[in-house]
Write a protein that binds this ligand. Structure first.
Ligand SMILES: C/C=C/C(=O)SCCNC(=O)CCNC(=O)[C@H](O)C(C)(C)COP(=O)(O)OP(=O)(O)OC[C@H]1O[C@@H](n2cnc3c(N)ncnc32)[C@H](O)[C@@H]1OP(=O)(O)O
Length: 655
């Protein structure tokens, strides 16, 4: 359950968002009432929850039975009784201000005095919604992304009178759902994610309108050259061209002519069969890498997004971390826009905006004050040691602040490393591999006694190398995956992979570079590279051969299909496959032994065993005997033998 005070939740609205939110809330263990204005809508919503839960159960992604989760979902038509004992109400009604205000007026009358009143609006002002109540301090925005069951992000938005404790409770509640909240500290139009998305869609539309680019060039360049998951026009077709048009109209912003023409012609995107691409008589978003002529000005688009991000930071709406988390989880951007801007150089971004501003006189290029300040104070990005972020490791003298990696080094010497790209199944991008390499190369080894690796989220340790990045990579770059795996393998302390979920391709190779592997029973293992026309490239072919023998290794590599954790244990691919409920305890037992073990003997054992595996038996035995001799002169040996004599646990110091 949850450690916040919320126990009973009411969701108002049984449509796409409403039933999705109710489902997520019930899965997290809360009792939830889903209310809509008539029985038909409510039962359609309920059936959708049931259908979705069954799909999750089929994919083994539900810890409880469908019936148990459903037993926590109640439905209602009457608002008063639905909210009368709710701790939290999430309103997910259609996006019309008058309707929302009416609902919040009713909530004010019927919901308990201490209830949190949240709106799932994606575009309307929280302050104005709250004005319909006599308790605006209890009203907060809680913007889930569609579909809630799949999307990890929730924006928690402050209205102008939202109390700190209301926002904090909303934040904790979102975390208790297993989702990632970001704070949007001021009630700005578009909140965080849609504010950054605006120029991604809008600027290419201006460029096409002005005859400076084609739709296909823009999409191909942003996807292939800059790694975005979808081209701006492809994305616009998917979400509906009229949606972006409406948002701009409402905000009083100029509308790119190409967008206005499409809306006027009724070509709104996929939903009408045609938009920027033709989905009925054509092949849909059929741009290909060759459409990327190299002329499309990607910097112009990214400079505008970075400018919006600077405005959000400068105005105190969100931190760079929140913005980056928002666009990664909410839009699937390959990295946060603030990180990316720091990488490009804020001076180059400012220069681009100033040039465009002078050339066109258009308001949208006016550089934001915060951006100007950052550049003026020398914070021009990563190479300068600071931009939106600080780069402590710019001088290369220690681990820094990583984008895709979280780590913690405890006083006892446990270095816990988490691969943090849950939205991409913790796929190993070049950057992520570089960060693993950097961390293990720069950490103070003397302070570490054991390392664990795990994947963020509950779906994957890692689903392999980042396939999105493949199109863009030269063969020599692509061969560059092994250094990080070698660093892991050669790290002088014992390493343990904690595997929950998919462990595939490069993810399996990372786990194999670790000394030990513990997995939950629901985990799946495989080398699916062959299905992509590839072979394992991070040591997999050779590691599997040595670990499993030719018969099993070839089955994994040639067939490319997955095996379950029990079979992985039987084959010797993992040390233990355990039920999820026992996982933490089993991992803790392994870690305790490694942390309390003699560091020098463990280091020598690791080296002798790793290097000996590839040497002749004579050479390997010579290595072992040399290591054995070496350890005889250590304090740890004296401590180990003394502890044995004195019948106590040894306390090794690594000397
Ligand atoms: C030297 C090393 C080479 C290699 O490692 S090559 C890569 C080898 N690995 C693979 O081929 C595995 C690819 N992934 C999959 O087959 C599936 O995923 C899974 C079976 C792991 C899970 O399937 P499901 O439950 O249906 O989830 P989902 O919608 O496919 O994945 C969620 C999001 O994660 C992205 N993703 C998954 N694996 C990768 C990857 N390896 N590289 C980049 N992105 C990946 C998806 O695209 C999607 O993203 P969106 O939600 O935006 O559609």
């Amino acid at each position: 359950m949850t450690d916040v005070d919320v126990r009973r939740v009411t969701v108002l609205g049984a449509g796409n968002m409403g039933h999705g939110i109710a489902e997520v809330v019930a899965i997290a263990g809360y009792d939830v009432v889903m209310r809509d204005v008539n029985e038909e809508l409510v039962s359609e919503g309920y059936e959708s929850i049931e259908w979705s839960l069954e799909k999750l159960a089929e994919k083994d992604r539900l810890d409880e039975s469908v019936e148990t989760v459903l037993s926590r979902v109640d439905t209602a038509v009457e608002l008063e009784s639905a909210v009368s004992d709710a701790d939290l109400v999430v309103e997910a009604a259609p996006e019309r201000m008058e309707l929302k205000k009416e609902i919040f007026g009713e909530l004010d009358e019927h919901a308990p005095a201490d209830a949190i009143l949240a709106s799932n609006t994606s575009s309307l002002s929280i302050t104005e919604i709250a004005s319909a109540t006599s308790r605006p301090e209890s009203v907060v925005g809680m913007h889930f992304f569609n579909p809630p069951v799949k999307m990890a992000l929730v924006e928690v938005i402050y209205g102008s009178e939202t109390a700190e404790e209301t926002a904090e409770a909303a934040n904790e509640f979102v975390e208790s759902l297993g989702k990632t909240p970001i704070y949007v500290r001021k009630d700005v139009s578009g909140f965080v994610v849609n504010t950054v998305l605006g120029p991604y869609i809008g600027e290419p539309a201006w460029m096409v309108s002005d005859g400076e680019a084609t739709v296909r060039e823009a999409d191909a360049a942003m996807v292939n050259r800059r790694g975005y998951p979808m081209g701006p026009f492809e994305l616009s077709d998917l979400t509906g061209i009229d949606v972006g048009h409406h948002v701009r109209e409402e905000a009083g912003r100029p509308i790119p002519p190409v967008m206005a023409e499409k809306v006027e012609a009724g070509d709104l995107g996929r939903k009408t069969g045609a938009g920027y691409y033709d989905y009925e008589s054509g092949d849909g978003a059929d741009y290909v890498p060759e459409d990327d002529t190299g002329d499309f000005d990607t910097l112009r688009v990214e400079a505008r997004m970075a400018n919006e991000a600077a405005r959000l930071v400068g105005d105190g709406v969100a931190t760079p971390e929140a913005i980056d988390t928002g666009v990664r989880l909410g839009l699937g951007f390959p990295e946060g826009i603030c990180r990316r801007a720091d990488g490009i150089g804020l001076d180059a971004i400012l220069d681009k905006l100033e040039t465009l501003s002078e050339e066109t006189g258009e308001e949208r290029f006016a550089p934001d004050d915060h951006l100007v300040e950052l550049v003026g104070s020398g914070r021009t990005g990563k190479t300068a040691g600071g931009g939106f972020y600080d780069y402590d490791d710019a001088d290369g003298d220690g681990p820094g602040d990583y984008r895709f990696l979280n780590y913690d080094l405890s006083e006892e010497g446990l270095l816990e490393i988490e691969l943090d790209r849950p939205e991409r199944m913790n796929a190993l991008s070049t950057d992520l591999l570089g960060e693993i390499d950097d961390l293990l190369s720069s950490v103070d080894v003397e302070a570490v006694r054991c390392v664990t690796f795990e994947g963020a989220g509950d779906r994957a340790f890692s689903a392999g190398a980042d396939i999105e990045g493949f199109a863009d990579r030269s063969p020599t770059d692509a061969m560059d995956v092994t250094p990080a795996f070698e660093t892991v393998e050669e790290f002088p302390r014992p390493t343990l992979a904690k595997i929950e979920g998919y462990c595939l391709g490069g993810g399996l190779e990372l786990a194999l570079a670790c000394d030990l592997r513990v997995a939950t029973e629901g985990s799946e293992f495989g080398s699916p590279e062959i299905n992509l026309g590839l072979i394992p490239g991070g040591g997999g072919t050779q590691k599997l051969l040595r670990m499993l023998g030719e018969t099993r290794a070839k089955e994994l590599v040639f067939r490319g299909n997955r095996i379950d954790a029990d079979r992985a244990e039987e084959w010797g691919l993992v040390n233990r496959a355990v039920p999820a409920a026992e996982f933490d305890d089993v991992v803790a037992e392994f870690v305790d032994d490694l942390l309390s073990g003699p560091p020098l003997a463990l280091e020598v054992a690791k080296k002798v065993m790793n290097e000996g595996a590839d040497a002749s038996l004579d050479a390997a035995l010579a290595m072992e005997s040399q290591g054995f001799g070496l350890l005889f002169s250590t304090d740890d040996l004296r401590e180990g033998t003394a502890a044995f004599r004195e019948k106590r646990d040894p306390e090794f110091t690594g000397e």
